[in-house]
Design a protein around this ligand. Structure first.
Ligand code: R5P
Length: 309
């Protein structure tokens, strides 16, 4: 077994390898003068059970093509099996045609991975679980719910309410709520008329309670910001917790998260955070042990489902 790291998140790759009692494999991923990706594997990997750790986070296109080129190198070096470990699967938003003449990029990336020779994938909290069906090979779809809920539970907040920022995340909110023994509230957005701005209604008892808004990812932070405003307008305590698996954090995200009504933002390390994206208010809980355990199970033909318990 060997763990290979692209340039997307070397710290996470190293943490995973260390948990498994390994170092990352001797591979160099650099650039030719014209910007093309150059991969050199410095040891024989014939027959190896290879795990390539590479979240396809921003810069998405760079990281995705690196993953493809690394896989091609492993395939041509006769690796026994290649597992793409993609803690954050980018391009997942477009998982259907929302309008005519649009691509389905979640499927397109799956096809690219298949073409270059990926044999299976380990990933965490896909934007929509049905994306698994785009792959013709096994996908181990892990969740950060247990890891994040454990962090939140340690705070022992008595009046907690788990808030889904929209109807699409109610199932996720319910999973958190059952682990935190807390009720669920939902933010329901609707337009009163075609020219009217969207208004947010809060469904559930939040008055005087401490909300934790959950989501799969924070991208521009707009969803979180609108949720926090709606919660406070509707009587929740102005000490809102935010919990999400993937800290994409682009655009105005840092500005929104800095607002004093947000007490703490809890995320995982599926995506690296530079110092400018890591103020004290953002707590990062590592996903490395969970991924490492999944790798161990895959390598030994053990159960991955046990990790959900
Ligand atoms: C939406 O379906 C997702 O679960 C997130 O709510 C969304 O991607 C967050 O994006 P943003 O931070 O840009 O509002």
């Amino acid at each position: 077994m060997a763990v290979f790291s692209g340039n997307a998140h070397p710290c996470l790759s190293a943490a995973i390898a260390e948990y498994l009692g390994l170092g990352t494999a001797a591979m160099e991923v650099s650039r030719f003068p014209d910007g093309e990706i150059r991969v050199q594997i410095h040891e024989s990997i014939r027959g190896t059970d290879a795990f390539v750790v590479q979240p396809t986070c921003p810069p998405v296109n760079e990281n995705l093509v690196e993953l493809l080129v690394i896989t091609d190198a492993l395939k041509r070096a006769s690796a026994g099996r290649i597992t793409a470990v993609v803690p954050y699967y980018g391009y997942a938003r477009q998982d259907k045609k929302a309008a005519g003449r649009e691509p389905i990029t979640a499927r397109m990336v799956a096809d690219l991975m298949t073409t270059v020779g990926v044999d299976r994938m380990i990933t965490v909290d896909l934007h929509s679980a049905q994306v698994q069906g785009f792959f013709g090979f096994p996908v181990d779809h892990l969740t950060a719910v247990n890891v994040l809920a454990r962090y939140m539970a340690a705070k022992r907040i008595e009046d907690l309410v788990v808030v889904s920022p929209d109807a699409g995340r109610v199932k996720l909110a319910t999973q958190y709520a059952s682990r935190l023994s807390a009720p669920v509230a939902i933010i329901h957005k609707r337009r009163l008329g075609p020219e009217e701005p969207e208004v947010a209604h809060v469904v559930g008892d939040i008055r005087g309670r401490t909300p934790v808004v959950i989501d799969d990812m924070i991208t521009t932070g707009g969803t979180i910001d609108r949720s926090v405003v709606a919660l406070i307008e509707n009587g929740a305590k102005p000490e809102v917790y935010v919990m999400a698996t993937h800290p994409v954090l682009v655009g105005r995200a840092m500005e929104y998260l800095a607002k004093p009504t947000i007490k703490e933002v809890i995320v995982t390390d599926t995506i690296p955070l530079g110092p400018e994206k890591h103020p004290d208010k953002i707590a990062v809980v590592s996903i490395a042990p969970l991924i490492a355990e999944a790798i161990r199970s895959v390598h030994t033909d053990g159960s991955v489902s046990r990790l959900f318990e």
